[in-house]
Design a protein around this ligand. Structure first.
Ligand code: ZN
Length: 443
């Protein structure tokens, strides 16, 4: 039996086929739980979790019954199968939800994620160059192209994250999905994007440092495509790419360009332009996608990070659009429009958390512990009197938590919208945000 781990002599006899036949109650409880499950449809992870609790309760009851009366907790085989399928589905749904939240969080941190990678690449590049040239001065001074490169790769990264989310929803709840989740598609997306960023930075930075040639290096395993294996170890020129293109030009290429650094071969730097329409376009795409994710963010902190990231991208590309002059005018208009949209979405987010009317000004505003809202706390109450505003989660099992709601506590006691004491877990203790009226300080 997978669900109970018994030990001891007294229990072992309970599993004999004789007594197994006389276990109607336990099976009945399960059947009731399962019909409840199918009644709800179990399309949402939260529901599934709630229903798994129903089943657990049924099991618990059956188990205590077993302890009292010696009725063994054996399930008919079909019911066992049903139970297993149900838990697989529940687990898959929970994993999906967690994965989506993780991907949105990754999107919110996408700019710093790539910036950090670019910085590490630069440090490694400087070290190699300085060691070879015997200098301590930085070889690369100005990198006007960097911001644009980062934005273009951020746009690419976000497109991939978007595809990941689309792939996860709608939930299918199959075992395959469990395996897929275990393979961590987010990690492989990140690895791929970082590698591509490094490949482009290799070229831009080497050329900007006046390096003209590189040695083609493969990963040296059996996954290297034959045409690239042929390039391995060859000296190539940045000016004149081989037939395959430079490393990274072909999809999923893991090859890299090792710089040929000799003082006599260092030429005039080839530095790419900072201002390009592509960059502005990428920046607008980045911001637009981040803005669409804001309402989906489960944690308020993530929503804020998404908004901040979007704003940074827009401010960066506004400079580029301005530098483009006449050519950048239509793009500049789109940047301005997107900024306006962002401020609206941000305002909506902030409005949810504004101090409800009547809540005294000296009550302290703090982020809620779970990171999904704010709390206004009476400073004289030792944290026992507060009004907490939480963002709704459309997937929540309790209806009262699906839209934005308030929890109102006085001296440790939960109140409903009329200011009457109610049970902490009751439906009435989740007051819809629009129904809340603060009724003075009740002591
Ligand atoms: Zn390759």
């Amino acid at each position: 039996m997978p669900e109970f781990h018994f030990s001891g002599r007294a229990l072992s006899c309970a599993f004999s086929p004789h007594t197994a036949r006389s276990a109607p109650s336990f099976a009945d409880e399960h059947e009731a739980a399962f019909s409840a499950a199918s009644f709800f449809g179990s399309t949402q992870a939260q529901e599934a979790v709630a229903l798994s609790l129903v089943i657990k309760t049924a099991e618990h009851k059956a188990f205590s019954q077993y302890l009292r009366h010696g009725t063994p907790p054996l399930l008919p085989l079909a019911l066992q199968q049903q139970r297993e399928d149900f838990f697989h589905k529940t687990l898959a749904l929970q994993q999906q939800e967690a994965l989506v939240a993780k991907i949105i969080e990754a999107a919110a941190r996408s700019d710093t994620f790539l910036q950090r990678a670019a910085l590490k690449h630069r440090e490694a590049f400087d070290t190699v160059l300085q060691r070879t040239l015997g200098t301590r001065a930085p070889v690369l001074v100005d990198e006007p192209y960097l911001e644009g490169t980062l934005l273009r790769y951020q746009a690419r990264y976000l497109r991939r994250l978007q595809a990941l989310v689309a792939d996860i929803n709608p939930p299918s709840g199959t075992k395959t999905l469990l395996f897929k989740a275990a393979a961590d598609p987010l990690l492989s997306t990140q690895t791929q994007t970082l590698r591509e960023l490094e490949q482009i930075l290799d070229r831009q930075r080497q050329q900007a440092a006046g390096i003209q040639e590189y040695i083609w290096r493969t990963e040296g395993d059996d996954k290297v495509r034959p045409s690239h294996a042929e390039n391995d170890g060859k000296t190539c020129s940045w000016d004149d790419p081989p037939d395959t293109g430079h490393p990274g030009s072909e999809a999923n290429c893991r090859c890299h360009a090792e710089p040929v650094i000799e003082e006599e071969s260092i030429a005039a730097p080839v530095v790419e332009e900072a201002s390009s329409a592509d960059t502005v376009e990428a920046g607008i795409n980045v911001a637009t996608f981040l803005i669409t994710l804001i309402p989906q963010a489960r944690a308020a902190a993530t929503a804020v990070r998404l908004a901040q990231n979007a704003e940074r991208s827009l401010l960066a590309v506004r400079r580029v659009a301005v530098a483009l002059g006449e050519r950048g005018a239509p793009l500049l208009r789109r940047v301005t429009e997107t900024l306006r949209g962002l401020r609206r979405v941000r305002q909506q987010q902030e409005d949810i958390f504004k101090r409800p009317e009547g809540v005294p000004e000296d009550w302290i505003r703090v982020p809620a512990k779970k990171g999904d809202g704010v709390k206004y706390v009476d400073p004289s109450s030792d944290g026992q009197t507060y009004v907490r505003i939480s963002r709704g989660n459309p997937n929540a099992s309790q209806q009262g938590q699906q839209n934005d709601y308030i929890r109102w506590q006085v001296n440790g006691k939960q109140l409903d919208k009329n200011g009457d004491v109610v049970l902490g877990k009751s439906e009435e203790s989740h007051i819809p945000l629009e129904d809340f009226k603060f009724k003075g300080i009740l002591k």
